[in-house]
Design a protein around this ligand. Sequence first.
Ligand code: HEC
Ligand code: HEC
Length: 326
Amino acid sequence: MSIGKKLGLGALALGVSVAGVFGWAKSAGAARLDHRWDTHRVEIPVPFPLSAEELRTLEPEGTMLAAEEKDKLALERAVARGKHLVESRYGCADCHGKDFGGGTMVDAAPMGKLLGKNLTRGKGSAVANYKTSDWERLVRHGVKPDGTGTAMPAVDFFEMSDRELSDLIAYIGSLPPVDAAVPNPTFGPLGTILLATGKILVPAEMVTDHHAAHAREAPVEAADFGKHLAQTCVGCHGPGFSGGPIPGGDPAWPVALNLTPHAEGLAGWTYETFEAAVRKGVRKDGTPLRPPMSMITSYAQKMEDHELRALWAYLQRVPAKPSGQR
Ligand code: HEC
Ligand code: HEC
């Protein structure tokens, strides 16, 4: 049922005015945002210690690195990995700004104004008092330090491994401080109604288990690694990858397309056509991909070949489905 119909019926049945509906929507939406979430609390080492394998190459036969030299190398490597993650796989900068001093997720009068917070160490930082367990709850569970839900689409990051999260924290922590106070999200009339009617979900509501253990590291084997990478596509293309309208998305966005090997999806595509879509933002027929996919390709194009190939190999093996079944 469309939102218009839902509201119309609701108003008729209750016999209340539109103003009454708005009043109800405002408090129903606020109640969803104010809900306190019970999640696990996990501290993650930042930076991640050097692996046994790294140590074997760094400390050839009989040599030993000083502890502080090891710490320095571990941090350098973590920052470099975190930089790659931010530039190619996790679009944090899309909403938090290139310098991470703040940015825009949504700024449209009817929907509201959702701004990405300042994540640097400068004045107005949202993370000045963050412990690693706070990062963990916010990024993977969509829960703020006070236990309430965030509007940021954290569900896309639920499958992030501990080491990836640690690398992101190390990288963001290495950035120059930016002084900028970013206001909290506000919802316009449409955003308020969508929130109240459950058409926009609070991301913490989409996480199925707030106590489930997370992987320590991303899988290494190509097939599993491809599946791991594909988790950032699920929010729009659906858990079965067959696409459809994007939940909570801007109503002006086109539907997410079918990425399964179905005739309505990527059957007949080759790795080269897939690569052109992700790296150049063009479909098989040469037409350009529109937002929000064009926003995704702006960073996904920086994936390394082995990452893109693993993703493609995985997508070819998901069950073929007609479009729109998510
Ligand atoms: C689609 C847009 C978007 C993306 C992508 C995004 N964020 Fe956010 N983020 C937001 C918005 C909007 C807020 C403010 C939400 C709120 O206050 O409820 C926020 C808030 C935060 C906060 C602070 C919450 C607080 O305590 O006030 C942290 C930390 C954060 N994001 C980290 C990240 C990291 C790390 C990434 C990448 C893995 C990321 N974000 C990707 C939109 C985004
Ligand atoms: C924010 C939502 C969003 C995310 C996240 C997203 N996509 Fe898309 N994608 C779309 C939309 C919408 C379209 C259709 C664009 C159009 O019609 O111009 C699309 C289209 C595509 C197409 C073109 C399909 C065709 O038949 O032409 C490919 C390929 C694709 N996406 C791959 C991916 C991959 C791989 C990921 C994850 C790394 C991903 N997308 C993540 C929204 C998204």
